[in-house]
Design a protein around this ligand. Structure first.
Ligand code: GLC
Length: 484
């Protein structure tokens, strides 16, 4: 008998993507499904993904089939839930719709109460789906606060249908600070009172993420290092003591990368394709950037880049201040991103101070991102915290050497260069201060000056296998362990 996994997420590629969760929920179930589909029945994972039928998905070309409806009950009424099914290359995707997932709201609105009803309804609807389909669930796999309510509710339902009687739960932790504040009323209205369990601090007993984590049979953080960090007061957001009580039921698996999309050998968006065997061609991409941005066209001036949501988590201010330490050294920088207006303004100002060498592009521009990965020499990623992170993996695959804060998944994915290069792929710095970043940047620039050394660092990074297969296999092992 195959392993039945119901995978719940608020967003997933290619249907709808807002952030890193969308990348993971797009690639991980898919990889698991394809890795196992030709195996004997008891090794096969029958993977099914459930998403809210967001307005943004309805706008797209996918035309899922309407299967029918069932009711989700709040304390005082029944909400019809419409079930749609889409066949993604053999793997079923279910879109659930109903009044709280209303007509025209964005995937995440600015209103926590609205989002609360939407995702509590969605979580409960996802729990109603197995009975509607008459399909047994072996593992319920949740992601982030949006779907954590399903795990809590599974442990609260008075009488479980046969399809959910033996179900084990796994929750992937992408970002601990987002716990679902504002959802309490929705939980209460849908018959889910705060827990009385004292292992959670009192303030957390009515929040979806802590409630899901409390009852999850297994918690997987998106990198092994983040799984350790959340046990410390600095990263634990008030839950470190509680998370320690989970013991071996908390572990980490690093995310993978879609190596088809992110491949410098086949990338149609860049000026010149290249690979580890034709690395010298890469320089055309750098020249193209220098020309496009009206910077001095010179192969030897190190070109730095930063591509990021401009959000306090990402620590962009650290880089913006740190660069000024080396105003007397030759470098150029192109910064790309949008988000927090204060950070955006800082980036604009940096360009005003250094009009001959800094370009700040306040935009979300996928094509330019590809070009920057392919042409810049150094990728800056100063995150204050980073559960996994994706862009450092992309940059290494494109021969753009990362300088990153030593936090979360950045530690697991970047091989730090201290003195000798050996297998090193980038440079990590500890404290999130501009001066510490600046010192590390200077070390990196010293290595950059030696062409042979630099090439070795680039090749080390380009050769690493960041594909999803390894991580997907680890998730499969966790499913099996849960069922034994
Ligand atoms: C969150 C984290 C990021 C991680 C992503 C996918 O966005 O901030 O580090 O890569 O989730 O797991």
């Amino acid at each position: 008998m195959s392993i039945h996994v119901l995978f719940l997420a608020a967003e997933a590629e290619p249907f709808v993507k807002i952030g890193g969760l969308g990348d993971v929920a797009g690639a991980l179930p898919d990889t698991i499904y394809h890795l196992t589909k030709n195996l004997p029945p008891d090794e096969k994972v029958d993977m099914r993904v459930v998403l809210p039928y967001h307005f943004a998905i309805k706008q797209k070309e996918f035309k899922p089939k309407h299967l029918g409806q069932f009711n989700v009950h709040s304390n005082d009424r029944a909400f019809p839930c419409q079930v749609y099914e889409y066949d993604k290359d053999g793997m079923p995707i279910y879109f659930l719709d109903g009044e709280p997932i209303d007509e025209k709201s964005p995937v995440y609105s600015q209103d926590p109460i609205h989002d609360g009803y939407k995702f509590v309804f969605f979580s409960l609807a996802a729990l109603g789906l197995p009975e509607f389909l008459d399909w047994r669930v072996d593992v319920l796999h949740g992601n982030d606060w949006h779907t954590a309510t399903a795990i809590y509710a599974l442990n609260h339902l008075e009488s479980l249908p046969n399809t959910l009687k033996e179900t084990k739960t796994l929750h992937t932790l992408h970002n601990l600070p987002y716990m679902g504040v504002g959802v309490q009323q929705a939980l209460t209205d849908f018959g889910l009172p705060p827990t009385k369990d004292k292992s959670l601090p009192e303030w957390a007993r009515h929040l979806p993420l802590p409630l899901g984590l409390l009852y999850a049979d297994m918690i997987i953080a998106v990198s092994p290092n983040y799984a350790k960090e959340v046990l410390t007061p600095e990263f634990g957001c008030g839950l470190s003591e509680f998370l320690k009580t989970k013991g071996a039921a908390l572990d980490g698996i690093v995310n993978g990368l879609d190596t088809d999309v992110w491949n410098p050998e086949t990338d149609e968006m860049i000026a010149q394709k290249f690979s580890s065997h034709t690395l010298s061609l890469r320089m055309d991409n750098k020249r193209a950037l220098q020309q496009k941005f009206d910077l001095l066209v010179n192969d030897d001036i190190p070109l730095l880049t930063l591509i990021s949501r401009m959000d306090p988590q990402k620590g962009i201010d650290i880089v913006l201040k740190g660069l000024s330490y080396w105003a007397d050294l030759p470098w150029q920088a192109i910064l790309l991103g949008t988000g927090n207006p204060v950070v955006e303004e800082m980036a604009r100002q940096l360009q005003e101070v250094y009009p001959d060498r800094v370009r700040s592009v306040i935009d979300f521009n996928g094509k330019l991102a590809h070009q920057l990965y392919a042409g810049a020499d150094i990728f800056m990623m100063p995150s204050r915290y980073e559960p996994c992170g994706l862009s450092q993996m992309i940059s290494m695959r494109y021969g753009c050497v990362p300088i990153a804060r030593a936090t979360g998944g950045l530690v697991d994915t970047i091989e730090h260069i201290s003195h000798k290069v050996n297998g090193g792929t980038g440079f990590l710095f500890d404290e999130p201060y501009p001066s510490v970043f600046a010192v590390t940047l200077k070390r990196a620039l010293k290595h950059y000056a030696n062409k042979e050394t630099w090439k070795k660092i680039q090749l080390n990074g380009m050769k690493i296998d960041f594909s999803w297969e390894n991580s997907a296999q680890k998730y499969i092992d966790v499913y099996k362990a849960l069922l034994n």
